[in-house]
Design a protein around this ligand. Sequence first.
Ligand code: FE
Ligand code: FE
Ligand code: MG
Length: 184
Amino acid sequence: MSGEADGFLRCELKENAMGTKGREIVGMDVKTLLEMLNRAYADEWLAYYQYWLGAKLAKGPMKDAVMAELTQHAADELRHADLLALRIIQLGGTPVLTPAEWLAVSGCGYDAPADPHVAKLLEQNISGEQCAIVTYQKLIGVTQTADPVTYNLAVQILSDEVEHEEDLQALKEDLELLMARNRG
Ligand code: FE
Ligand code: FE
Ligand code: MG
């Protein structure tokens, strides 16, 4: 056997052996799990873009504080997409291949920051976070005994989403106090 063919064969064997035991221990339908993970993955990309663009467009009172928070959250959502892509690959799946599929696959969808007023951006992103919280709560529910690795991942992401919701609600509260004072 030529060196090249031998190398190819070893590569094939290695690929077949990848993550075998890790996948075997998953006590649920892997296809269903991969669908849930890809839905969350598409959500994260859309959330990333919604935050990233919103941070650039924001107008109105407390704009700087809102922009800083949205920028931070964008980075977190991108990190979540990264974690989900790695887990999908570990499970033998393929992360959604094209941006065109993100909307089709997404559970939480996309709210375009068409109105750049900070109050509107906060409102849109709070409802996005609330949808994400439900998504990860469901993932935690189906994986808690079936797949400790995905469970652990979902718990980590959920705690970020809970923090995001609280951060945005705190900004919204400050904004409302400021606007009430300006009126009064
Ligand atoms: Fe996220
Ligand atoms: Fe979030
Ligand atoms: Mg934050």
